[in-house]
Each structure stands twice: as C-alpha cells, then as structure tokens.
Design a protein around this ligand. Structure first.
Ligand SMILES: [Zn+2]
Ligand SMILES: [Zn+2]
Length: 151
C-alpha cells in the first residue's frame, strides 16, 4: 500500500500488512484532524518505506501532559504518521493512503468521546478508552509486537 501528502513531495509505502487498525474517537485525535475520529494503521517503523521526501517531526501536546510526535510533509505540512510512547510502531493515517478504503478498523477506541451521530458496526469491537492488546490481536500480530519489544 502506498500513500503520501497532498503536494506529492512525501511518498511512502507500507511493505506488509498492518499490525492492527485503530479507529480512535478521542478528543486529541478529533482536534488534530478537525474531524470526528482518525483511522490509524499501526505498523512497524521499518515497514514504512519512505519513497520520496523527508518527514518532519513535530512534537504535539496531548491531554495529560504527554506528547505525541507527528510526522509531516515539510512542504505542505500534511500529517502522514505519528508515534507515541513506542517509537518502533508508527500510526499511519489511513486517509493519506492512495486508497483509504484498503483498510478497515479492527477496533474502535475512546468511544466515550465518540460524536453521537457516528454509529459503529456491531461486528467491530469498541472500547470506552484503550483495550487489552493481548486479548484482541491475532497471535501472529502479537508475535510481531513481541519482536519489536525485544529490540
Ligand atoms: Zn506535501
Ligand atoms: Zn485518539
């Protein structure tokens, strides 16, 4: 899967299937995107191949005094991915994929701040806040996560 910014200076390729796909309804994500939620494709940092451009890292305050690193195109400043506490996992913004419909949320999180007009499918797990990765991710994906943690 390929994606990029609006001006074309920054292009990237995901070299494998994602680890997991989050639909996050938290207030931070709503503010950052100006929308009702964000779709984040979680994937190992070394599986995000930068084809052109140099993503610019911008530290952004979050609620609770933490910071999140948002990587942007240096020219048009579109945000393409983020990192949180674990820098080996990138949260790629699915809306920047050439085909955003190529991924679907595996989980909805922080639904406590979900806007009321968004109706979630019953078939997808949803949580008020975060969730227990060990309980939800398939074994093969957990193996990939463990491989990252042991680095
Ligand atoms: Zn750009
Ligand atoms: Zn969020």
């Amino acid at each position: 899967m390929d994606g990029g910014c609006s001006c074309g200076a920054l292009r990237y390729r995901l070299t494998s299937e994602p680890l997991f796909v989050h639909c996050c309804h938290c207030l931070n994500c709503q503010r950052q995107t100006g929308s009702a939620f964000v779709i984040n494709v979680l994937i190992e940092a070394d599986r995000v191949e930068i084809l052109t451009g140099e993503p610019q890292r911008v530290p952004v305050p979050r609620s609770g005094g933490k910071r999140q690193q948002i990587y942007r195109c240096p020219a048009c400043e579109i945000a393409v991915f983020s990192t949180y506490t674990r820098k080996h996992v990138r949260f790629v913004r699915a809306g920047t994929l050439d085909d955003p419909s190529a991924v679907e949320p595996d989980v909805h999180i922080y639904t406590r701040s979900k806007v009321p007009w968004v109706t979630l499918p019953e078939s997808t797990p949803a949580f008020n806040t975060y969730y227990d990765v060990e309980k939800l991710w398939p074994n093969e994906r957990l193996e990939r996560l463990r491989a990252l943690r042991s680095r």
